[in-house]
Design a protein around this ligand. Structure first.
Ligand code: GLY
Length: 377
C-alpha cells in the first residue's frame, strides 16, 4: 500500500528499521534456534525446553522470516527453519495443542511456505489447520478455546488464529475451513464484542446451544472491564477476517473496536494501559496491545476508502512512535526490544516485561509501513 508518509515519519521508520536490524543480527547470533518467550535481565531462556506447545512459540520464527524477507540474509532463514523443525515435537502432544495452533504455525510453517513453497511446511500448516478445525462445535458455532474442562469457552485471542483456516481453504481449494472461520467470527462478534467497541476476553457458551452462560474476567482487571490486548486481538483479527473474506461486517467491527482503542490510548500518551477500565493506581501498561493494535490499524487502512486511510495509518504511527520513544531497548547485547509488556493484569511476575510477541508486532508494524513486510496471516 502507498502510505503517503511525511518525511519525518519516513526518516523515523528508516532509522528504526536500521536499529531493528542491528539488534536482531546480534540476537540471532546469540540465541540461534532457542524458542524465546520473556527476556529477563536482557536474557531469553528456551521456552521450547519448558513447554514446546506454549502459545508464543512461533513468534521468534515469525521475526526471523520478517527480517529474512526484508533483507534476504540467509542466516535468518536457516535459523527459522531450525525453529520450525523443533516445533514438530509439539505435534506429538494432544492436550497441549489448542486454539493457539494458528499463532504457532502461521509464523513458522506458513511463513516458510509463502516464501519458499516448502512442501513440508505446507503439510505442517495443514496439520495445524485441521487441529483447529477439529475444535469446532457444530451446535454452538464456535471453536473452543483451551482443553480439559473448558468446554464452551471462547476467547477473543482466537480471532488471530483463524487466518490459518482461511489459508487452508485457499491452499486445499476446499471451503470447509473458511466456513468454520466465518461461523466462529460471527459468534465472537455477537458474544464477545460489545456495543461500545470494547470486548470481553472470555465467554462461556452452552456447548449444546451456543447460549451465553458467563463472561469471566480472564487476563483483564475484572468481568466487564476492557483488557487492552484483547481489544487489539479483536481489531487485527476482524481486519484479517475482512482481508480473507471481503465481508464488510468484519471491517465495520474492526473499525468500531479500533475507534474505542484509539480514544482510550490517547489518554496515556499512546501507550495502552493493560486494561482500559482498571483503577487509576497502580498504573499498568501493556505495550504488546499497542503494537498489535497498530498492525491491525494498518490492516484496516488497506480495506477502507482513500479518504479514511490516513486516520488509521497516523494512529498506528503515533502508537509505534510512542512505544519506540519510551519503551524500546536498543542495546544489542540484551535480548528483546520492546519493554512494558504485561502478561495479565493480575500476574504479578508478568508486568512490565519484555515479551517476544511485543517485538514481533513492533517489527511487523515498522516493516508494513516500509512496504517490506511478509504477510503471514
Ligand atoms: N493469547 C494469550 C495472550 O494474549 O496472553
Amino acid at each position: 500500500m502507498d502510505y503517503k508518509l511525511n518525511s519525518e515519519d519516513k526518516i523515523w521508520l528508516e532509522r528504526t528499521f536500521d536499529k531493528i536490524q542491528y539488534k536482531m543480527y546480534a540476537q540471532c547470533q546469540r540465541i540461534g534456534d532457542i524458542i524465546p518467550y520473556i527476556s529477563e535481565n536482557g536474557v531469553y531462556d528456551d521456552m521450547g525446553e519448558r513447554d514446546i506447545t506454549w502459545w508464543t512459540n512461533g513468534f521468534w520464527s515469525g521475526i526471523l522470516w520478517q527480517i529474512y524477507n526484508a533483507t534476504k540474509e540467509e542466516k535468518y532463514k536457516i535459523v527459522a527453519e531450525k525453529v520450525e523443525k523443533r516445533l514438530d515435537k509439539a505435534f506429538e502432544s494432544f492436550d497441549g495443542l489448542h486454539h493457539d495452533v494458528g499463532f504457532t504455525w502461521l509464523h513458522c510453517s506458513i511463513a516458510n511456505y509463502r516464501l519458499t513453497a516448502n512442501e513440508k511446511s505446507k503439510i505442517r500448516g495443514l496439520h495445524a489447520a485441521n487441529l483447529l478445525a477439529g475444535r469446532y462445535n457444530l451446535r454452538g458455532k464456535f471453536i473452543r478455546s483451551w482443553n480439559s474442562d473448558h468446554t464452551g469457552w471462547v476467547i477473543v485471542d482466537s480471532m488471530m488464529n483463524i487466518p490459518i483456516l482461511y489459508w487452508a481453504s485457499e491452499t486445499f481449494d476446499d471451503p470447509r475451513f473458511k466456513f468454520i472461520a466465518e461461523e466462529h467470527a460471527e459468534t465472537v462478534r455477537k458474544k464477545i464484542v460489545r456495543e461500545d467497541g470494547s470486548c470481553n476476553h472470555i465467554v462461556i457458551l452452552d456447548p449444546f446451544t451456543g447460549e451465553l452462560i458467563d463472561n469471566p474476567a480472564g487476563q483483564g482487571f475484572e468481568t466487564g472491564s476492557s483488557w487492552s490486548r484483547g481489544q487489539a486481538w479483536a481489531i487485527y483479527g476482524f481486519a484479517l477476517s475482512y482481508h480473507h473474506t471481503k465481508n464488510e461486517v468484519y471491517l465495520e467491527t474492526a473499525k468500531k473496536i479500533a475507534h474505542y482503542f484509539i480514544a482510550n490510548v490517547a489518554n496515556t500518551g499512546n501507550i495502552p494501559l493493560c486494561d482500559f477500565r482498571s483503577p487509576k493506581e497502580p498504573v499498568k501498561f501493556d505495550t504488546t496491545a499497542g503494537v498489535c493494535a497498530a498492525c491491525g490499524l494498518l490492516e484496516i487502512a488497506e480495506g477502507v476508502p482513500e479518504f479514511e486511510k490516513d486516520f488509521y495509518v497516523n494512529s498506528a504511527i503515533s502508537i509505534l512512535k510512542a512505544i519506540e520513544d519510551k519503551c524500546c531497548d536498543w542495546d544489542i547485547d540484551r535480548d528483546s526490544i520492546v519493554s512494558h509488556g504485561t502478561v495479565a493484569y493480575h500476574d504479578e511476575n508478568g508486568q512490565h516485561v519484555k515479551l517476544i510477541y511485543g517485538d514481533y508486532f513492533f517489527i511487523e508494524g515498522v516493516l508494513r509501513l516500509l512496504n517490506k513486510d511478509l504477510f503471514m496471516w
